[in-house]
Design a protein around this ligand. Structure first.
Ligand code: NDP
Length: 323
């Protein structure tokens, strides 16, 4: 008997695809999952959003849809990130409320926290100061989700909550040179370089990584994040946001990321760092103590293993991947 109908917006993206794969191995008879992308509805448009909710009549929503991109894409399009995300978030939350949806889980990000802060960052610090100037549009739009959730609770007693993932990577990511995040961007670059190397029959190619390689980041494998999303849907019942991140001890430098990708591709050339390119925020170390208080034994996939799985997926799916 299905009594939960769970609509996943952004269901065609990196995180959505990972949740779909994970739920196929962890299905419950009282849950029906529906995954939708931008072809099913344009969530920046209110009428289109209303049609979607009318069609599927969800009781629960995981709201992943967003304009998402890496550092350089954000820097060039802050206004678009702000407006598109504000429109999508307001349409989804208000339409969910109008249709009596009992629970909505939206997605913030550790990169929306104040630029000047103490570390580690935790859930209480979201609004404590301006975000990094590189992605203020995305950041303010995301922060408003938390503000809205509190309003829906105060005025309408809704449990609409948000999760705060660290940087995500995995199969089905966006590998486009201009708009990707750092991991898929580097994978794409190295894949192309090695193809070129094969064509030229040379082995002296140089893998150039933008920035100094020094910034620190926490990365979560999309399939680990998917398990945590499903746990939040089933077990976490608070409006207060919760950080979904690997442990602080699992933080890595961009140089380590580049090396791990090079190893996964079995790249034999040199890696160099273009220090003239922007680094973005030096670090954004987040504490997952709140998550650990609920799930002390949760095991995150080893970073190098997850990179290898993603590279293997990309090699096989290069032509269908978002390039
Ligand atoms: P992707 O870029 O992989 O996917 C974005 C999704 O949003 C796609 O399914 C896309 O649909 C959908 N979408 C975009 N615009 C619209 C629109 N106008 N109407 C309807 N759907 C739309 O994103 P991720 O999976 O990486 O991100 C999921 C969530 O996680 C986002 O909210 C993001 O902010 C958050 N997040 C991501 C992190 C990361 O490192 N990737 C880190 C922290 C948080 P389609 O493909 O069909 O066009």
């Amino acid at each position: 008997m299905e009594n939960k109908i769970i609509l996943v917006t952004g269901g065609t993206g990196l995180v959505g695809k990972a949740i779909e794969k994970t739920i196929n191995n962890d299905s419950r008879s009282d849950e029906k999952w529906i995954f939708v992308g931008s072809k099913d509805a344009d969530l920046t448009n209110k009428e289109s959003t209303q049609e979607l909710f009318k069609k599927y009549k969800p009781t629960h929503v995981i709201h992943l849809a967003a304009m998402v991109g890496g550092l350089y894409h954000n820097m060039a399009h802050n206004l678009d990130f702000l407006r598109k995300n504000i429109h999508m978030n307001d349409n989804v939350l208000q339409t969910a409320h109008e249709n009596n949806v009992v629970k909505v889980i939206s997605c913030l990000s550790t990169c929306i926290f104040p630029d000047k802060t103490t570390y580690p960052i935790d859930e209480t610090m979201i609004h404590n100061g301006p975000p990094h100037s590189s992605n203020y549009g995305y950041s303010y739009a995301k922060r408003l989700i938390d503000v809205s959730n509190r309003g829906y609770f105060e005025q309408h007693s809704r449990i609409y909550t948000s999760v705060i993932p660290c940087n995500v990577f995995g199969p089905y990511d966006n590998f486009n040179e201009k708009s990707s995040h750092v991991i898929p961007g580097l994978m794409r670059k190295l894949y192309d370089l090695m193809q070129q190397q094969q064509q030229d029959n040379s082995e002296d190619k140089i893998f150039t990584v933008l920035g100094s390689g020094k910034p620190l980041r926490q990365f979560i494998y999309s399939l680990d994040l998917a398990k945590l999303f499903i746990w939040v849907l089933r077990e976490y019942n608070s409006v207060e946001p919760i950080i979904l991140s690997v442990d602080e001890s699992q933080e890595v430098t961009i140089a380590q990321v580049a090396q791990s990708i090079a190893n996964a591709f079995d790249f034999k050339g040199n890696i160099i760092f273009d220090v003239n390119a922007a680094d973005g925020q030096y670090k954004k170390t987040a504490s997952n103590l709140k998550l650990r208080s609920y799930l002390p034994d949760f095991k995150f996939t080893n970073f190098n293993d997850a990179i290898k799985e993603t590279v293997d997926w990309y090699r096989v799916n290069y032509h269908e991947a978002r390039n």
